[in-house]
Design a protein around this ligand. Sequence first.
Ligand code: ADP
Ligand code: MG
Length: 374
Amino acid sequence: MMSKSIPTLEDLGDVAGKRVLVRTDFNVPMETAADGTRTITDDFRIRAALPTINWLTERGASVVCISHLGRPKGAVEPKYSMNPVAKRLSELAPGVELLENLRFNAGEEKNDPDFVAELIAGVDMYVDDAFGAAHRAHASIVGPPKTLPSAMGRLLQKEVEVLLTLRESPKHPFVAVLGGSKISDKLGVVEALLNVVDSLVIGGAMCFTFLAAQGYSIGDSLFEPDQVETCKRLLSLGKAIHLPEDIIGLDADGKYATYGRRLPPGAKGFDIGPGSAAAFTDIIMESRTVFWNGPMGMFEDERFAGGTRTVAQAMADTKAFTVVGGGDSAAALAQFGFDDQVDHVSTGGGASLELLELGDLPGLAALREAPNAR
Ligand code: ADP
Ligand code: MG
């Protein structure tokens, strides 16, 4: 039997007068002032949900948004209140409701049926537009589509289209540029990506576990000893894996220093060097598809931002189809002013990697089983 397809907004039928529950990803970055006031530092995720919200309200639906924010542990924590988000949402989409943080209820992460029943009480339809949470089998993601006519919103639809195209029919050469600090989280996708990409470029803290696996001394750089064997195996698969040839960091006395691939004892690598950045740029310029996840260095510190800035510039300049995933990578791209010069910035870090790795997500599988799915 052919698997059912994921319903889109059009598959909801007439939404006029209907109450529609929209799972959004309003997990926005926040800043806390000295007096405890919390303000949103980037409303990108709220604005990203507007096409779906507006599509529904323009057709006469009343919209109730739900989201999590931060990591409250299943109980009310005022610092994670959705109030600042509700205020911004009321400016961007007047009349749209927003319920309090889903993770104030322990039933959310446990996918508790009682919590699902609470969420869907009085609701006619469900829309999932929270790509950033679609890899979680939480109550608000997989619960409502069991009984309600459901659909993916425009944002989720675009994410799925772009990422599945990368996975299933990318234009070659296809290079994945990986960095950042969450090495063990990302090695699964490295392995899956090796099946679809022509080459991998590795920078960020991730490169040190690979360099250690090749026998280079890495000083006191960030690395994950229990992943060395995995890196050795990945390196032995015979695929092109490009590692930095020079490293910028701090020596044992805390002084700024540039090294080759070998770091002396006590030195810490915090960025790829200019030679590596130039080599990575060439690879990006010569590719037809580029996926980038994870900054090349500790770009929050200007001394170690050079590698990430150069890669961001190459992403903007190349003629390739360019996709950026990952919260920090997207933030870096925006910080350097290139966010409108790539083809797609994914709103989900973990979700984009998992979709590339597995080709499906719990949230998508749930929508495929909704009563209106065909
Ligand atoms: P993303 O959010 O894009 O998926 P990650 O969360 O995996 O990326 O990693 C981002 C973080 O990695 C940044 O805060 C950056 O400072 C850090 N980082 C990158 N390179 C290094 C390095 N060499 N040493 C320490 N931290 C690094
Ligand atoms: Mg991150």
